[in-house]
Design a binder for this molecule. Structure first.
Ligand SMILES: [Cu+2]
Length: 390
């Protein structure tokens, strides 16, 4: 993987002889001119980035032909300047609406619990290009060959999970289950390309848990799509729910707009926590175009994981209040009448809403930069007329 080096060692000053002083003056003069030119370029780049963000704010951003900002190359020219990072927020393919409609939304439906005491899971990792927003392609490392997040897993408290990871990629990877109490140095070990590794753990703690690749640098592996959700049902069943959906929140950091050629990870932006897109289940706004559904009066259970790699999700459903919120995935008790719940990066929570009135109910991260970047969807209750206007 490509990792941009953020810190550059300061230039070394050589201990020259006195006869070289005239030469040093010329060098110092040239350096002074170079710093001045770089400062002007930096100001221009900041202005350009601001303009790009303004443009991105308009819904119909056509494919902007913006060049990839090579931070590592530019950074090597100067030791102490912090350089502007270029945002590709909102930059989609030209026919964004048609592309969004054509996109097959990630199926958020919670799958059934497999029968038996032992649940065998086999994932084959693949390097693959996926779409993360209309017309925006990204080079992911995909846990199970279908993009990010990886498959939704569902077991019951007390079942044993047997996990086999086959590495079909080009660098080592691993899998870390937050639901497991197990020595990470044995279970979450790196699997070399072409190899498989199997381990078992008993899912004794109910809740909704993140799983992810734990290979260093973890920031890069999660940012490249290596994450997913595991739901562990309590042995004593929860109150009945009519619909159960799983939402994995995450953010993407792009080194290009991804429109003409697939983007890859920009580590500088990942470190700076400056995402281009934030999503539920890997694709910006997909449940706005393809809403989750329920009938009036039904109880909808939402399992939410914030995969990050870094940012939290402030989960909220517009137009209703959580009837039950199992905060932090603590299934021993729930809160009631809660409006917004913070789901920390690497954490999860479970929410019940019962909505009686037909309508379109947006679910969001109420940290609204996330909505602007794509972490929003709709719960369509009944068959309301019209569309969401805000
Ligand atoms: Cu990995």
């Amino acid at each position: 993987m490509s990792s941009h080096q953020a810190t550059i060692p300061a230039p070394r000053r050589e201990q020259g002889s006195g006869g070289a002083s005239a030469g040093w003056k010329v060098v110092v003069l040239l350096l002074g001119i170079a710093v001045g030119v770089l400062a002007i370029a930096a100001v221009a780049a900041v202005q350009a980035a601001d303009e790009a963000r303004d443009e991105a704010g308009s819904a119909e951003a056509a494919s902007p032909a913006t060049a990839v900002h090579d931070h590592s190359a530019t950074a090597s020219a100067t030791a102490s300047q912090s350089l502007p990072l270029q945002s590709f927020a909102g930059a989609t393919g030209a026919n964004a609406d048609a592309l969004a409609k054509a996109h097959v939304a990630y199926d958020a439906t919670l799958p059934a619990v497999p029968a038996g005491d032992l649940v065998k899971i086999h994932m084959t990792l693949k390097d693959m290009v996926v779409e993360i927003a209309p017309g925006v392609k990204y080079n992911t490392w995909a846990f199970d060959g279908h993009g990010a997040p990886g498959p939704i897993l569902h077991v019951r408290q007390g079942q044993t999970v047997q996990m086999t990871l086959t590495n079909g990629g080009t660098i080592p990877h691993s899998i870390d289950f937050h639901a497991a109490r197990i020595a990470p140095n044995h279970a979450f070990t790196d699997v070399p390309p072409g190899k498989s590794f199997t381990f078992r753990f008993q899912a004794n703690d109910p809740g909704v848990f993140m799983y992810h690749c734990g290979t260093k640098p973890v920031l890069a592996h999660i940012a490249n799509g290596m994450y997913g959700a595991l739901v562990v049902d309590p042995a004593t069943p929860l109150p009945h729910a009519d619909k159960e959906y799983v939402l994995v929140a995450s953010e993407w950091y792009l080194n290009g707009d991804g429109v003409s050629t697939p983007a890859s990870l920009d580590m500088s932006k990942a470190r700076a926590m400056m995402p281009d897109w934030t999503t539920f289940n890997g694709y910006a706004n997909q449940y706005v175009t393809h809403p989750l559904t329920a009938k009036p009066g039904q109880t909808v259970r939402l399992y939410v994981v914030a995969a990050g790699p870094t940012l939290d999700t402030n989960f909220h459903v517009v137009g209703t209040i959580f009837d039950r919120a199992w905060v932090n995935g603590d299934m021993t008790h729930h809160q009631s009448g809660v409006q917004t719940v913070g789901v920390p990066a690497g954490g999860g929570a479970v929410f019940d809403v019962k909505i009686d009135d037909e309508g379109l109910y947006p679910f969001v991260s109420h940290a609204f930069a996330h909505v602007d970047l794509g972490q929003v969807g709709l719960l369509r209750v009944g068959n309301p007329k019209g569309t969401m206007t805000h």
